[in-house]
Design a binder for this molecule. Structure first.
Ligand SMILES: Cc1cc2nc3c(=O)[nH]c(=O)nc-3n(C[C@H](O)[C@H](O)[C@H](O)COP(=O)(O)OP(=O)(O)OC[C@H]3O[C@@H](n4cnc5c(N)ncnc54)[C@H](O)[C@@H]3O)c2cc1C
Length: 565
């Protein structure tokens, strides 16, 4: 059933077995997995079925340095479906090395390993609509594929590693009908969790208070509470609730909001190939129609030997802002930048200003390539805008055989990289966020070493040259700031309450029935985009909730009154 608080009178008191807060990738997955479980499930979502300015404003907050991190109401979406309403759909699982405690990556190590998540990945892959759970090109494709870089001889990188693309599936649009039809799941739209009430002993949640923008208050008594509000908002919820826990919920050791990670991403250098173009940087399509792309993945042996983080690279079109690429499509995208949404425009062209001279050269490129533009327009209309499964991105073959290297690397956990509460409050009286994202010397070193190896391998293979300025690494990784949509590490998972916020089952240490679902629990970021793993963790958490639903101590559930709202 999907309800809206419009239909619920002020002062209503509800009760449920499981209350899930936030209907994004994590929350919707949990609700789907708990459908037909016999448990009563309430999925509470701040937004409605469409984007609304007043709701989105609840996401506003402050950033310590806007050059390094976008304002928090940009990029994220506060509505049913969460940020999957605009995500790119790139899926990749975590690598075995991501779970290891590595002495050269501070605060690294998960309390679980890949074998704990593997049983849940195939299902997560299906929920993300990314086909079979097979991320090795050699196993996913029975037919021979054109080499990614013909003649590349490297012991540092593998090109067998795949990323697969979701439709991209908007979890709201795709799964609303299943939730609507479910007998035991009720979705409540336009409901914001603003307060968590504990039993007097403080070790179990009793109920939550939901508020609406039109000032209704609804209480929900619940046996289990799951915060699936996204990696930034979970911090806000935990830190803003100080009635029972003066430092914030789960924050006895001042860890909530610390170790905030995104990914270290950027585009660097130019691969130049004498003679013919040996690069295949386009998508390969599986027999069941899934777009896949191969990457240059730094091997775990190389990471350990060089004592650097995880890293992948893809070959990419030349930098779009520079008209020297002489490519009509890229110039047209540069000239049309006002029409491209913030999330994608920022990475395509950044905030770089255009001079009249540059503008004129872009126009020249466009006029010189009208046929190319027409073909591109036709391809995008057919394969992206009109297709149910969308062609994932702009792929432009370079006429000169020039490519840049697009990288996506692990960010080292760092306690000083932090999300806190600011002095400002939102419409509902909840403190807004203050985000101070920071990167470390190891983050720069990971990219520096990997790019250097790539240049060496290209030269050593005798297939061209990769030109880049080694002094520009830090500039390139900060050019567009932190990778905007990935919010990780703010409620990290671990066994020790002194160094982590949630336990291996994603339960907040010391609180029997409070769980966190989403990227907040990642102790390290990996190179991989996070959503597939967020969904796998949510499938795993749902299995845990199903198995333990009856085991919440009745004495706690039936105990004396809650801390009054
Ligand atoms: C432009 C963009 C592109 C991306 N591309 C990719 C990609 O290619 N691959 C990938 O893996 N990831 C990508 N991501 C990241 C991906 O969108 C997130 O990892 C994913 O959406 C996280 O899911 P979530 O459920 O944890 O959080 P969200 O999707 O953020 O959902 C959280 C939900 O909680 C609700 N909520 C928040 N606070 C409250 C409250 N107090 N009360 C009630 N409800 C609340 C919100 O309204 C929202 O619906 C991208 C993100 C963006 C922005």
């Amino acid at each position: 059933m999907i309800d809206d608080t419009v239909q619920v009178p002020d002062g209503t008191a509800l009760a449920t077995d499981v209350c899930i807060v936030g209907a994004g990738a994590a929350g919707i997955t949990l609700a789907l997995e708990l459908a037909d479980s016999g448990l009563q499930v309430l999925l509470v979502e701040s937004g409605g079925l469409e984007a609304e300015d007043a709701v989105q404003k609840l996401y506003e907050g402050q950033v310590a340095d806007e050059r390094l991190h976008s304002a928090p109401h940009r990029y994220r979406q506060r509505r049913f479906g969460g940020s999957t309403t605009i995500w790119g759909g790139r899926c990749a699982p975590l690598d075995p090395i991501d779970f290891e405690a590595r002495d050269y990556v501070s605060a690294s190590g998960w309390p679980i390993d890949l074998s704990d998540l593997l049983p849940f990945y195939p299902r997560a892959n299906r929920i993300c609509e990314a086909g079979e759970f097979e991320y090795r090109a050699s196993a996913a494709f029975q037919r021979p594929l054109q080499p990614m870089i013909e003649g590349l001889n490297s012991e540092h990188f593998t090109t067998d590693s795949l990323e697969r693309f979701s439709c991209p599936t908007d979890f709201g649009g795709r799964y609303a009908h299943r939730l609507r039809a479910s007998a035991n799941v009720r979705v409540l739209l336009h409901a914001n969790l603003t307060q968590i009430n504990f039993h007097p002993n403080r070790t179990a949640v009793h109920s939550v208070l939901l508020q609406t923008l039109d000032r209704k208050r609804i209480s929900v008594e619940c046996r289990q509470l799951v915060l699936a509000a996204g990696g930034l908002e979970v911090v806000r919820i935990l830190l803003a609730n100080r009635d029972a826990w003066p430092d914030g919920v789960g924050n006895s050791h001042d860890l909530v909001g610390r170790y905030y990670m995104c990914h270290i991403a950027g585009t660097i250098g130019t691969l130049k190939q004498p003679g013919r173009d040996r690069v295949w940087h386009n998508y390969d399509v599986t027999d069941d129609g899934i777009y896949c792309r191969r990457r240059l993945a730094l091997t775990p042996e190389t990471q350990r030997k060089l004592r650097i983080g995880n890293f992948i690279g893809r070959l990419h079109h030349p930098r779009i802002t520079d008209p020297q690429h002489r490519t009509a499509v890229l110039s047209a995208l540069q000239l049309a930048k006002g029409l491209i949404s913030y999330e994608y425009g920022k990475r395509l062209h950044g905030g770089e200003a255009m001079t009249w001279g540059t503008w004129a050269r872009h126009v020249g490129n466009v006029l010189g390539g009208v046929g190319e533009l027409f073909a591109f327009g036709h391809h995008m209309a057919r394969d992206r805008f009109l297709a149910a499964r969308k062609f994932p991105s702009v792929i432009v073959k370079s006429t000169a055989g020039h490519y840049s290297l697009d990288f996506h690397a692990e960010q080292e956990p760092n306690a000083a990289s932090r999300v806190q509460l600011s002095q400002e409050r939102d419409e509902l009286g909840v403190p807004r966020l203050l985000i101070d994202w920071r990167y470390t010397a190891l983050d720069v070193e990971t990219v520096r070493a990997a790019v250097q190896l790539f240049a060496q391998d290209i030269a050593g293979s005798g297939i061209g040259v990769f030109e880049y300025d080694p002094q520009s690494i830090e500039t390139e990784i900060t050019r567009y700031g932190a990778y905007g949509g990935h919010h990780l590490g703010t409620a990290r998972m671990g066994r020790d309450p002194r160094t982590s916020v949630v336990d291996p089952q994603c339960r907040v240490h010391g609180i029997d029935n409070l769980f966190v679902a989403g990227g907040a629990v990642f102790p390290t970021s990996s190179q991989a985009n996070p959503t597939l793993s967020i969904v796998a963790l949510a499938v795993r958490l749902a299995a845990h909730l199903r198995a333990t639903a009856g085991s919440i101590r009745p004495s706690v559930i039936a105990s004396a009154d809650a801390v009054a709202p």
